[in-house]
Design a binder for this molecule. Sequence first.
Ligand code: URA
Length: 275
Amino acid sequence: MPPTKEERREALKAVYHQAKGCTNCPQLAATRTTVVFGNGNADADLMFVGEAPGANEDRQGLPFVGQAGKLLDALLGEIGLSRPAVWVCNVLKCRPPGNRDPHPAEIEACQDYLLRQVELIEPRVICTLGNFATKLLRGDPTGITRLHGHEEVRVIGRRAVRLYPIFHPAAALYTPANVEVLRADFARLPELLALDVPPQPESAIEEPAVPDAGEDDPAGQAVPEAEAAGSPAEDERDRAEAEREAESDADADADERDPEAARELEPAAVQLGLF
Ligand code: URA
């Protein structure tokens, strides 16, 4: 018997509690303020996967709460959706210090949390925001410039989903012309959500999102560096993604949180968006 919605939600809370104390990446565990597990609807049809928490997210324990998050909210509103209806999370659950890119070994160490989220939330559509999420969940180095706006059915962990790569909102903020590209890609989401759930794999045999790279290469070619995709346009967008942290830092300074309010964000009930 497949688990009920309530059982999946309880299991998701258990994963959250496990992630909260995670020390898989000693450097990230030492420098983070909070683990940013993700939040929204624990039974969402639509999941967004970004790159990694920035300064605001690290402080508040919630994903996409800076400028990029405001753009995400606005674009969601344009298609008649809002945060409480969707699930939002990142490839990395901890903020990389010094505004650096996630390391391949960190992506590998964190990916089980993402796979568990996919398995337990059972989204129909996963929207990967930018290169890191797209490359991880496709297990392929093709970059976002080539792939954005093209959906495909993929098995992620134990679930078949429609994977839909789009630009990272921070990249669109950095290159305003990309806001229109992002808007056009967002406009197709209602149509994708209206499609049938893709046929699910017959057995529960797990297909790794990241193909096994072999023992000699634990980080693996399947978690390629952003630069692997190569084109100058993509390099520029990769840099734009990195800029999100700088933007997020500036935003954090302007948005210092009341410690009481920050503590209120701590309970799993809030983290899991029991709106
Ligand atoms: N950028 C991301 O990729 N994730 C966040 O949570 C915020 C900004």
